[in-house]
Write a protein that binds this ligand. Structure first.
Ligand SMILES: Cc1cc2nc3c(=O)[nH]c(=O)nc-3n(C[C@H](O)[C@H](O)[C@H](O)COP(=O)(O)OP(=O)(O)OC[C@H]3O[C@@H](n4cnc5c(N)ncnc54)[C@H](O)[C@@H]3O)c2cc1C
Length: 393
């Protein structure tokens, strides 16, 4: 009997494993593929991180805690022979003054006293000649912004958990989770062989596969196809290498974002559009990227950075967002009667990675306390009417 079993060892599962193991729990992680794989939502070499959170200012306290935990994980990884996984580069956001990215970033920064500046267009064009804000744009600089490396994060969180006694089974698919009086019974297929695991608690962090495991809970989740592109600009190479992360809002809520030039698995500048992807599922995700999709991206980039619009195309990869209707996360105890020993975290809606170590901490708190919710109302599974019906409340 394990103290806890973690179902799905991606971003959030590896974080939960890390926190639970360091608190002294006997914990087992079950992952259907290999660790840090490229089939879910946590691959592609970089994830943006920033504190002036345009999505909602209430995320800022969680982000502040996440930054402490990122610094700690980064130091641990460097102390164990790594090259770091958390990099502060600063971040530039630009778009019309009324756009969500500008109004939301200013609101969060002012509400929480975060370090930021707004740049005059002349200043922005001088400091960041690789970008081309329009004459009507406002330019916001977030001093706290940067990026984290998803694959290194999962690897480090698992390694630190294992250092504290955790076990991880790769190539192990969880087929079902059955609550029992004293915990849970988990049926798995391990390297093709069926077996059963028992634990006092289950933490379900299955990303885009969550509906398959927790379907009857009725958390409204939509899986969306998202593309990442790597480009090699012929000009401003030094500026892109030493540059900030960036987000552009075209005034209709469409966001394109990108990273400095990184020498990762795919060297170059990574850019992506946020949301507006086609609905999909883990089984039907189309992983090929068409020339028409690359052309559409180039047209969009022409407004932001001609250097990127004309850059050499290197590669593109597909990934999945798992989104809730309000784009806020779902973190809490399974509210259904009899499911008191199941804790879940899902619906990260395309912006969850930067929170991963803090989500792991919240999940470990839920496992230990048995509470129904984290105390953060916007993460509460019970905010969705269908969930309350399913829970019989
Ligand atoms: C293209 C793209 C760009 C993004 N950019 C950013 C960004 O810049 N900043 C940011 O903060 N966030 C970003 N996100 C969002 C962020 O990456 C996700 O919110 C986060 O990775 C979700 O983590 P997760 O643990 O829920 O899912 P995953 O990391 O996918 O983990 C789920 C795991 O569960 C496993 N699993 C599922 N079912 C089973 C089963 N039955 N048995 C065993 N194992 C199972 C899966 O194999 C997987 O390993 C981006 C996402 C995408 C797709």
């Amino acid at each position: 009997m394990w103290d806890a079993v973690v179902v799905g060892v991606g971003a959030m599962g590896s974080a939960a494993l890390d926190h639970l193991a360091r608190r002294g729990h006997r914990v087992l992680g079950l992952e259907q593929f290999t660790l840090a794989h490229a089939l879910g939502s946590s691959h592609g070499g970089s994830r943006m991180i920033h504190q002036s959170y345009f999505e909602h200012p209430d995320y800022v306290p969680v982000l502040r805690r996440a930054y402490e935990l990122w610094d700690d994980l980064d130091a641990w990884q460097r102390g164990h022979g790594g090259n770091g996984l958390f990099f502060r580069t600063g971040g530039v956001s630009f778009g019309p003054a009324s756009s969500a990215i500008i109004t939301g970033s200013l609101l969060a920064a002012r509400d929480h006293g975060l370090p930021y500046s707004t740049l005059s267009l002349a200043d922005a064009r001088r400091r960041f000649p690789q970008f081309s804000p329009a004459d009507t744009d406002t330019v916001f600089h977030d001093d706290t912004a940067g990026f984290v490396i998803p694959e290194e994060t999962i690897t480090a969180q698992v390694a630190r958990a294992q250092e504290h006694g955790a076990e991880v089974w790769e190539n192990t698919e969880v087929v079902s989770i059955t609550p029992t009086a004293g915990g849970v019974t988990v049926d798995v297929s391990r390297d093709g062989r069926s077996t059963t695991v028992t634990a006092r608690k289950a933490v379900v962090t299955a990303g885009a596969w969550t509906p398959r495991l927790l379907g009857q809970l009725n958390v409204p989740l939509t899986v969306e196809r998202q593309l990442m592109y790597w480009l090699r600009p012929a000009v401003f190479e030094a500026e892109f290498r030493d540059g900030p992360v960036f987000i552009h809002d075209n005034g209709t809520g469409e966001h394109i974002y990108g990273f400095p030039w990184l020498e990762g698995e795919v060297p170059g500048v990574k850019v992506a559009a946020h949301h507006n992807g086609l609905p999909t599922s883990p089984d039907t995700l189309d992983r090929t990227v068409s020339p028409a999709e690359v052309a559409a991206l180039r047209a969009r980039l022409a407004l932001i950075s001609p250097a990127l619009a004309d850059a050499e195309f290197i590669d593109a990869k597909a990934c999945m967002y798992t989104s809730t209707p309000d784009k806020n996360f779902v973190i809490g105890r399974d509210p259904r009667a009899g499911h008191e020993n199941v804790v879940l975290a899902c619906g990260f809606s395309g912006h969850g990675f930067k929170f991963a170590p803090a989500v792991g901490e919240l999940l470990a708190d839920l496992v230990e306390s048995g509470s129904l919710s984290t105390g953060v109302p916007m993460f509460d599974p019970l905010r969705f009417p269908g969930v309350q019906v399913a829970a019989g409340r």
